[in-house]
Design a protein around this ligand. Sequence first.
Ligand code: ZN
Length: 175
Amino acid sequence: MTELLKSTDYVDVYRLSRDKKVISGSVRLADMKRLAEMALNPDEVFDYKITGMTGKLGWPGAVVAIGGMVQVPCNRCNKPVDVKIERNVIFRFAKNEEEADAIPIEEDDDTEVIVGSEKLNIMNWLEEEIILSIPLVPAHDYACLAGTKTETAEEEIEKPNPFAKLKGMTGLRKG
Ligand SMILES: [Zn+2]
C-alpha cells in the first residue's frame, strides 16, 4: 500500500534537488480542491514520483512523473470522457518570480520553471500539473453528437470569396 498524500505535505525543493531525494506515493482526486470539483471520478487515485536532480548548468530541479485517469464532462454531449494522463516533466526551481521570468523558454525544451520554496506544497504542485494536462475543451474522440442540428447549421454558414480580398492586396503592393 502506498501512502496517500496529505494536503499539508510539503517539500524543501533545494534539499530534494541537492540530495537527489525520491518522493513517491498516491494522491486522491477528491483531496485536491479544484480537481474534486472537476472530476466525475473523485475516488480515483493518481500515482506520482518526484526525483530530485540538478540541471545542466547547476540549477536545482526535479523530475515529476504522474499518471492516472480523470473523468470530465464532454464539451458536446456532457457525458463523461476518460482523460488518461501520463506525464514526465522536468521542473526547474527559480529563486523568485524575477528569476523565473528571466529564464528563456526554448520551444524544444519541455522544462517547466516554477518558483521554488523550502516549503513547497506537494499537492498543489501535482494538482496544477494534472489540470494543465487536461484538454481545454474535453470531448469524445468520436462524433458523439453527429447528425444534430448544430452541425448542419455550421455547414450553411456562407464562406467569403477568397479572391475578393486577394484583388485588393495586389493593388496595394504595386502602389
Ligand atoms: Zn461526447
